[in-house]
Ligand binder design. Sequence first.
Ligand code: PXL
Length: 283
Amino acid sequence: MLPLKRVAALHDISGFGKCSLTVALPVLSAAGIETCPVPTAVLSTHTGEFTGFTYRDLTTDLPAYIHHWQTLGLHFDAIYSGFLGSKQQIAILKDFCKKFREENTLVFVDPVMGDNGKLYSVYTPEICAEMKQLAAEADILVPNMTEAAFLLDIPYQPGPYSKDYIQYILTRLLDLGAKTAVLTGVWLEEKHLGAAAMSREEDKTSYAFSPKVSGMFHGTGDVFSSLLLAAILNDCTLEESIHIAVDLTYDAIVITKEIGTAPREGVAFERILPCLINRLHLK
Ligand code: PXL
């Protein structure tokens, strides 16, 4: 029997609204991957479309937490980062990579900062600057179009995009230092939305699209990234992985619309976990 692959997931945990760790843990576990959380903050809900949420920053707990893991000599196949609420937390993640990155450890960075051309309320230009440095160290960097604009210091374009523009953004993300860039929120025409990927190893751009569903659904970025990492760690190619992540994120959104829950409550990714297992041939 092959041993389980193991991921260290550095994200917040938001009690309600399905994002970050409440998505990463079940998605990666369903994909047969051992997932070890490093909770960066505990919130009662995520910060989008909710007010009055509680926010317990765990920054000061992290050095001892991480030191304990070092004493255990843990090995990770991937280090997965998402929402990081402060400059110090990004610095801690960089230090985590220094301590735990081995030759084959995949550093997967979802530079969660904003959406629809705007930064999330807790993000400052200072945090963005730190995020840029983290992006440079990523093996796989997964920004949406807003995050790419902030990382590259260019104005946000709402779309539709030309293939030339998408290739330009992807090339600039690789120039930042990332080895592979996967861009989400890509649309070339009104009816389809998806992702595009470019890697230093291959001289091509891959695209994956699904029908566009109207409305803004919270946490879809986290669902997409967790599915993408799940596929990559199950040895799918980059192109197969973006197709799996786009298709299943779309399915989760369609199911959520059918159920009729409020968009801020997150998407019903729970219903697509059996499909993920099928697509990864894990049965
Ligand atoms: O979905 C990204 C995310 C993660 N964690 C927290 C958030 C958000 C986006 O708003 O607020 C706490």
